[in-house]
Write a protein that binds this ligand. Structure first.
Ligand code: RB5
Length: 143
């Protein structure tokens, strides 16, 4: 699976931890930055990752900022993106099964690092249910 990942300074440490997890797991990863803890603007990173997913260059995206909120707002502006901000594994599983979310957003200042990795693991490994009612609702989002 091809994964696009990005963070701002507020999510930099978790991005590096998640990168390690993805590399160990054998994922094909493209890191869109940021590459240091220096302050930067989350919409720039969010749009780069979201556009990579929307263009089909990446299968899924992962975005981290302080809260995860700015990243999710910005990513969801890109057509075809269904970005889900998750702080628990139940939501991570449900948003894959029901929303077929293609971008996961996390808040480094909101949740612990082990929980963040669990959320990533569940989200990456859960397939969309494919059920007609869920597909119909997803289609409505794009109308
Ligand atoms: C940066 O201080 C912070 O605003 C950003 O990481 C994010 O939480 C925005 O939603």
């Amino acid at each position: 699976m091809r994964i696009a990942i990005g963070s701002d300074h507020g999510g930099y440490e978790y991005k590096q931890e998640i990168l390690n997890y993805l590399n160990v797991g054998g994922y094909d990863v493209k890191d869109f930055g940021t590459y240091s803890k220096e302050s930067c603007d989350y919409p720039v990173i969010a749009k780069s990752v979201a556009k990579s997913v929307a263009a089909g260059e990446s299968d899924r995206g992962i975005l981290i900022c302080g809260t995860g909120i700015g990243m999710s707002i910005a990513a969801n502006k890109i057509k075809g993106i269904r970005a889900a901000l998750c702080s628990d594994t139940f939501s991570a599983r449900a948003t894959r099964e029901h929303n077929n979310s293609n971008v996961l957003c996390l808040g480094q200042r909101a949740i612990g690092d082990k929980l963040a990795l669990d959320i990533v693991d569940v989200w990456l490994k859960t397939e969309f249910s494919g059920e007609a009612r869920h597909q119909r609702r997803i289609d409505m989002i794009e109308e």
